[in-house]
Design a protein around this ligand. Structure first.
Ligand code: ZN
Ligand code: ZN
Length: 356
């Protein structure tokens, strides 16, 4: 898999400066190896991955973006790398570095200056938001498993099964197909529970007349997918149909407008205006979507505030919802990737109202 991160960081760094990356998602993005610990040290010419004994053998086998070194005392080794490479200024990820580590690092590398700037948090966020072909293919493969899981489960949903049972069935099926894990704890909520956007599956039995909302995703090569469908079980009311149609209309209109160059909050507004215009103001209390990659929720965001201009290669979810307290909820979520003149929908499951 092609990984551009380390080379991009090298180009951003001035001579004499280095960056330490220690957060799990950024470390994985740069190395392609998921570990609970370790430090990536990058200068404008070289990159090193300091990793302890538990992981070092595997790291040497799979990490090709950095020189892998066994780590036993990270602060000492970081100090040595500063001397070896003539570093006088060190950057960290200011958004995820603890105060304790920052202070210890300053003491360990003195007189090297340690910066608390968020410059590289932003740079990494920007890099990660634009996916290369290999990253998009991993996301597509994860979404294919997600679509297949939906096809599998709608044949097996019926009144009387519990939310938790359906969730476990989906998870088992997806793992058996080869998903590296679950993208996040699946949301499977029915009836009144479906009005909770992030409800937790319970032992409630699915009943005739319920909406059932399933929000789930797979992981392939460390990249996530994310999808939501709401299906009806048995006879449903006119109000349920109206809400479903409104959410679908909002989703289709928003997807239609996604293309490079648009401002993220303008996409949110398209869906929000349709939902509010149909009389559901106050019933759509979350953002329209988020970027997806090595984490399930990445920047940029489709919400009322995000003023990021969308770039070609960014993968976003589009997931409007309407939630009527104590009654029911509907959410429909697809993933799209911004391409030259518009966007390509990566989700292939049907989204007309399915009544089981
Ligand atoms: Zn989701
Ligand atoms: Zn989502």
């Amino acid at each position: 898999m092609k990984r551009n991160g380390v080379e991009n960081i090298k180009r951003e760094l001035e001579k004499g400066s280095a960056l330490i990356v220690a957060s799990i998602p950024n470390r994985f993005y740069l190395t392609g190896f998921e570990t609970s610990d370790g430090y990536v040290f990058i200068t404008n010419e070289k990159a090193y991955f300091l990793i302890d004994f538990r992981y070092v053998e595997k790291a040497k086998e799979i990490v090709d973006t950095c020189e892998v070194r066994l780590s036993t005392s990270p602060l000492t080794e970081i100090n040595e790398l500063c001397r070896e490479n003539g570093i006088d200024r060190l950057f960290v990820e200011s958004e995820s570095t603890s105060v304790r580590f920052f202070d210890d690092l300053k003491a360990a590398v003195a007189p090297v200056q340690v910066s608390d700037s968020d410059r590289f948090d932003k740079a990494l966020r920007d890099m990660r938001s634009v996916k290369n072909e290999d990253e998009i293919n991993a996301i597509k493969a994860a979404q294919k498993m997600t679509d297949d899981t939906f096809t599998y489960i709608i044949e097996r949903i019926s009144a009387g099964r519990t939310e938790r049972d359906v969730m476990l069935d989906m998870e088992f099926y997806m793992r058996r197909m080869g998903s590296e894990g679950v993208s996040f704890d699946f949301i499977v909520v029915s009836g009144k529970n479906s009005s909770l956007p992030h409800g937790v599956p319970t032992d409630k039995k699915i009943e005739n007349g319920d909406f059932l909302t399933m929000d789930f995703g797979a992981i392939v090569n460390g990249y996530h997918s994310d999808m939501t469908r709401t299906v009806a079980v048995g006879n449903i009311s006119e109000e349920q149909r109206r809400v479903y149609d409104t959410v679908l209309k909002a989703q289709l209109a928003a997807i239609d407008a996604v293309k490079p160059g648009v401002v993220c909050r303008d996409i949110d507004k398209i869906a929000r205006d349709i939902i509010y215009g149909a009389g559901y103001e106050g019933c759509f209390g979350h953002g329209l979507g988020h970027s997806v990659g090595v984490e399930i929720h990445e920047k940029p965001l489709f919400n009322t505030r995000c003023d990021t201009v969308l770039k070609e290669g960014t993968v976003m979810t589009v997931e409007p919802g309407i939630y009527l307290e104590n009654k029911f909820g509907v959410r429909i979520e697809d993933m799209v990737v911004a391409v030259k003149d518009g966007c390509k929908v990566l989700t292939n499951s049907r989204k007309d109202l399915i009544i089981l």
